[in-house]
Ligand binder design. Structure first.
Ligand SMILES: [Zn+2]
Length: 73
């Protein structure tokens, strides 16, 4: 079940839930407090934002997030 939710998030990044939670890209467990840790831009359209649970977010070196890229500063 968790694997299917993770696959759906990858297939439909623009429809990924932003308020109710997300799947941690490290432990693949659902978290209700996702932290965006990485943004993968795609030349063909919207990029993919990877989320981590609070426990694993600290293990990721923070890259640009969608908001940071839009600011351009
Ligand atoms: Zn995690």
């Amino acid at each position: 079940m968790i694997t299917s939710m993770f696959s759906a998030a990858l297939m439909f990044p623009e429809r990924a839930p932003k308020c109710s939670g997300a799947v941690c890209c490290r432990c693949h467990q659902w978290t209700h407090a996702p932290v965006p840790v990485r943004y993968i831009p795609r030349p063909s359209g919207a990029g993919v934002t990877l989320y981590a649970c609070p426990s694993h977010a600290v293990e990721f070196p923070h890259g640009p997030t969608p908001g940071e890229l839009e600011q351009g500063t």
